[in-house]
Design a protein around this ligand. Structure first.
Ligand SMILES: [Zn+2]
Length: 83
């Protein structure tokens, strides 16, 4: 729609230079430099997905370790025995 396009162009004109052109960023997952807006943290979708998954795994592991510590057992040894 013509009106929508016009509004988008106007918004871009008002946006600060960094927002419009993108800045040099470093991917938080693989460390690769890429061009992106300030709020972008990853160079590509696979990196974003992978970062989220690994963060979840780290959180789970931390919880297991914490519970094991409370129970006074070594979680790593316990998992070895069960497998
Ligand atoms: Zn990446």
């Amino acid at each position: 729609m013509a009106v929508d396009t016009l509004e988008t162009v106007r918004a871009a004109d008002r946006a600060p230079e960094a927002e419009r052109a993108g800045t040099e960023r470093i991917c938080e997952q693989c460390g690769a430099p890429f061009q992106g807006r300030r709020d972008k943290r990853f160079c590509c979708d696979p990196c974003r997905t992978r970062f989220g998954r690994e963060r979840k795994e780290r959180a789970v592991q931390a919880t297991i370790d914490q519970l094991a510590q409370m129970a006074g057992v070594d979680a790593t040894e316990m998992l070895k025995r069960n497998s």
